[in-house]
Design a protein around this ligand. Structure first.
Ligand SMILES: [Cu+2]
Length: 396
């Protein structure tokens, strides 16, 4: 199938509403059976995390068989876990603070070995779900480590080896992934939109068969080709849902984007042509917000966006669209040239398409007064160069 099928197709709509009561689907922020107990040991935040078989009503008709993370809070702050709702196959959002000592008791209820990799975090390698330390079916593993990273967007997913290039791509594709957000009182002091105004946006592509079941890789030669070039779905899901829509208030929001797709790269832009305001990328907040006509997000990359729906009238609909862009079919393999939505993601390190200049107006819009204190992070920024977002890959 040709990737341009997705060109300009909107997959995420924000509708400006009036009443704050309409802000976010309650399911998004409902806690996942969260409860607090005294800590038996030194971990300040402890969860029980299971990976198992489940199903989700993704498309009209039959439910889709998925693999799903579920979690329970054993110790720690209320709000550590938040669910995207039962209709989403994604794991709960995990919110941690710098300085936390985090423990996850991981149990594998899958029919095959798995691991849990804490993507983006700095932690001891023997706690990081490396393929050399598989958790066999029916087994458990306790990962414990201090949270040393900056506030920002991270995620967790399996990282096992396996036949035919490994099972990482397969397991993530079948639903095993979740957002991990590090937040801190210092970041809170910046006054960015929080709570119901801080929305997760996990973007993934999937392919479904006639019975609403996900299909991973084609048959025969096509499977080999897709394994080499990167598997692409033909349907975009946001937070595990098709045609995702959010009722929003006419005010600023913070969006936490993760490209959780196996291979697809997105060129994201607003349907009204307005600038994409980037507060941060993987690695945390930038020293100041950047305005760009679009944002390129490769597999596993994250972006912190700011958007003011107050610029729109009540009843307006604003869409986040995935624009078409030129792709070099071999670039995904070689790691060079423009990496397009038709492939890539295997080797990483490629250049992104040339930035269009001027489309976003002033370039770096000065919203610095809102982020004045962000200067403290300056030594650690740089995940996103001006006009040239960094690209990284994730093995499919
Ligand atoms: Cu990863």
């Amino acid at each position: 199938m040709h990737p341009t099928k997705l060109s300009r197709r909107h997959f995420l709509a924000f509708c400006a509403g009036t009443a704050p009561a309409l802000l976010a689907p309650p399911a998004v922020w409902a806690a996942t059976r969260a409860r607090t107990r005294p800590a038996p040991t030194g971990a300040s935040v402890e969860i029980a995390l299971s990976a198992g078989e489940s199903s989700a009503p993704i498309l009209p008709g039959a439910a889709t068989k998925v693999w799903r993370y579920q979690a329970e809070l054993r110790n720690g702050r209320a709000g550590t876990l938040s669910s995207l709702g039962d209709a989403s196959y994604l794991g709960p959002i995990l919110r941690l603070h710098p300085g936390d000592r985090f423990r996850a008791r991981i149990s594998n209820h899958l029919p095959e070995a798995t691991t849990v990799h804490w993507h983006g975090l700095h932690l001891p390698s023997d706690m990081d779900g490396q393929p050399r330390l598989p958790i066999e079916p029916g087994a458990t593993f306790t990962a414990e480590f201090p949270i040393r990273d900056r506030p920002g967007i991270y995620w967790y997913h399996p990282h096992p080896h396996g036949a035919n290039g490994g099972r990482t791509g397969y397991q993530v594709y079948h639903g095993l992934a979740g957002l991990l957000i590090i937040e801190s009182p210092a970041e809170e002091a910046l006054g960015l939109p929080a709570g119901a105004y801080d929305l997760p946006v996990v973007i993934q592509d999937r392919r479904f068969d006639d019975h609403n079941q996900v299909v991973y890789l084609g048959q025969g030669m096509s499977a080999m080709h897709e394994r080499m070039m990167g598997f692409l779905g033909d349907r975009i899901l946001v937070n595990g849902r098709p045609d995702y829509r959010v009722e929003v208030a006419t005010r600023p929001y913070r969006l936490r984007l993760l490209n959780g797709s196996n291979s697809r790269i997105y060129k994201l832009a607003w349907s009204d042509g307005g600038p994409v305001t980037i507060l941060g990328v993987q690695g945390g907040l930038l020293t100041r917000p950047l305005n760009r006509p679009y944002l390129t997000l490769a597999p596993a990359e994250r972006a912190d966006l700011w958007v003011d729906f107050g610029q729109h009238a009540v009843g307006d609909e604003l869409r986040l669209v995935s624009q078409a862009f030129e792709a070099n079919m071999m670039s995904g393999m070689m790691g060079g040239g423009g990496k397009g939505s038709s492939g890539g993601g295997m080797m990483g390190g490629g250049a992104v398409p040339q930035e269009r200049r001027g489309g976003g107006g002033a370039g770096e819009q000065e919203r610095a007064h809102r982020l004045g204190a962000a200067g403290r992070w300056s030594g650690l920024s740089g995940g996103l160069c001006a006009g040239r977002p960094r690209v990284s890959g994730m093995a499919g």
